[in-house]
Ligand binder design. Structure first.
Ligand code: URP
Ligand code: ZN
Ligand code: ZN
Length: 468
């Protein structure tokens, strides 16, 4: 038993002083002046406690463009834990004929899990046998799929296929997640850009217009309205998507929205830097006006979740870095030197999310401490059927908690990062407040700079389907 004394607990709705008793893997009691004979006492005076972060959007060990995202299900989990996240939801690639086979392959990779996890299924093909198999995702404890309106010839489904999947999803309580961009417009603009000799990273953004994200989002919201499916728009990046979300929700569509830190903090100007490839992700970064509207959407409670879309690649994968004492080099962004379409898409962020949002969200007055907890932990736990086991500081919940040192000041960057890549988007940013101790199911896995977790200790957490 561990008794954490005198902490300030922050939840999605309250801030209060209390002691927390951890018994085994669970929170056993929360109250004032608890005394428990035999318990190990941890004095947390002056510290905050939040529930462990839930990141519903990661891509570990994801093959792309002849390489692979550079964090696997161990290194990415470890990085997440250092940043205060204790549960991650990763996307299964539909690499095999059936959902069963594709999931089995991802489960194999995730055997090295160091924190708790679940999966979503990428639905990137459509046929009668997949349609028959889809309801099995509920039985498998992962009732969520992701569909794509972009990545022509690779991941995209047609509207008719998406609508068919939505009808089945609605019937079985499966959440439909959507990557919204206009694949045809992108294909045309990319062909034209390359023909005109435009190969620099900024053309990644110039060929993927925000209008495509907005119209695809509204199109799918319309299909959700007609099918009755529940829709979750991933990685919202454009101001118009916030308006679209409001429009659909006001008309009774069951719709959730997620954004990610990169869409709040950076713009397409970053792609014009000499090292612009570091910021290549899809959808692309937009403008300062888009950043501002997304912040408003968070403040107004329109956007429900901040995930990361963590999908890291080395900036220069020809030069090894040291990770846990071993030299590692994985081909990365340099693959697209001379052709922006060959730059692996994705950015690191699974460790950065909570500390960045604490300093530049809460301390900067853009969101409240409650919104911080709701957006990064409680809401994703609720939406994805994990609450109150995850995302809560309640008796009976898993003892996943983060003890923050609110006074810790650091100049952030790759030196602090356990993400297995050679750069950090927030290099040199000043942070105030950082996770000091992180517990996963009652076990201390991060203690200051020390890693106490291990490969294989993370568990697959079965999730509940949506209820009507
Ligand atoms: O650039 C990104 N986001 N890569 C990961 C795949 C996706 O679409 O989320
Ligand atoms: Zn996506
Ligand atoms: Zn993604």
């Amino acid at each position: 038993m561990i008794l954490i004394k005198n902490a300030t607990l922050i939840t999605a709705s309250e801030i209060f002083e209390a002691d927390v008793l951890i018994q085994g893997e669970k929170i056993a009691q929360i109250g004032r002046e608890l005394t428990v004979p035999g318990a190990t006492i941890l004095d947390a005076r002056g510290k905050f406690i939040t529930p462990g972060g839930v990141d519903p959007h990661t891509h570990f060990d994801l093959p792309m463009f002849g390489t692979v995202s550079s964090d696997d299900h161990y290194t990415g989990h470890k990085a997440a834990a250092f940043g205060g996240t204790t549960t991650v939801l990763d996307f299964v690639s539909l690499d095999f004929p059936t959902l069963h086979q594709s999931l089995a392959a991802w489960q194999e990779k995730a055997k090295k899990a160091a924190i708790d996890y679940s999966f979503h299924m990428n639905l990137t093909r459509w046929n009668e046998s997949l349609a028959q198999e889809l309801p099995w995702l509920v039985e498998a404890g992962m009732p969520s799929i992701k569909v794509f309106t972009a990545y022509n010839g690779r991941l995209r489904l047609g509207d008719k296929e998406i609508f068919a999947a939505m009808q089945i999803a609605q019937k079985h309580g499966i959440l439909v997640m959507a990557h919204c961009e206009n694949g045809d417009v992108i294909e045309t603009l990319v062909e034209q850009a390359l023909a005109a000799g435009h190969t620099a990273p900024e053309w990644h953004a110039r060929t993927r217009p925000a209008w495509g994200a907005v119209e695809a989002g509204l199109r799918l919201a319309g299909m959700a309205a007609v099918s009755g499916a529940t829709l979750y728009i991933v990685h919202m990046n454009a101001a118009g998507e916030v308006d679209m979300l409001r429009y659909a929700r006001e008309r009774g569509v069951r719709i959730f929205g997620e954004t990610c830190p990169q869409y709040l903090f950076f713009t397409e100007d970053h792609l014009r830097r000499p090292d612009g490839a570091k910021w290549i992700c899809s959808p692309p970064l937009r403008t300062a006006a888009d950043n501002a509207r997304l912040w408003e959407g968070l403040k107004e409670g329109l956007i429900d979740v901040i995930g990361t879309d963590h999908c890291p690649f080395f900036y220069d994968g020809t030069k090894p870095i040291l990770y846990e004492g071993r030299a590692v080099a994985i081909p990365g962004k340099e693959l697209g030197a001379g052709d922006f379409t060959k730059i692996p898409n994705g950015v690191p962020g699974v460790q950065d999310r909570l500390p960045l949002l604490w300093t530049y969200g809460v301390r900067a007055g853009r969101i409240t401490p409650h919104q911080f907890v709701a957006l990064t932990s409680t809401n994703p736990a609720k939406i994805f059927g994990l609450y109150p086991r995850k995302g809560a500081l309640l008796p009976g919940s898993d003892a996943d908690l983060v003890i923050w040192d609110p006074e810790r000041r650091l100049t952030y960057g790759v030196a602090y990062s356990h993400q297995r890549t050679d750069y950090n988007l927030y290099e040199g940013w000043e942070l105030v407040g950082y996770p000091e101790k992180v517990f996963l199911r009652g076990r201390l896995i991060v203690d200051g700079d020390r890693w106490l977790g291990e490969q294989g200790m993370g568990r697959f957490i079965p999730r509940r389907p949506l209820v009507a």
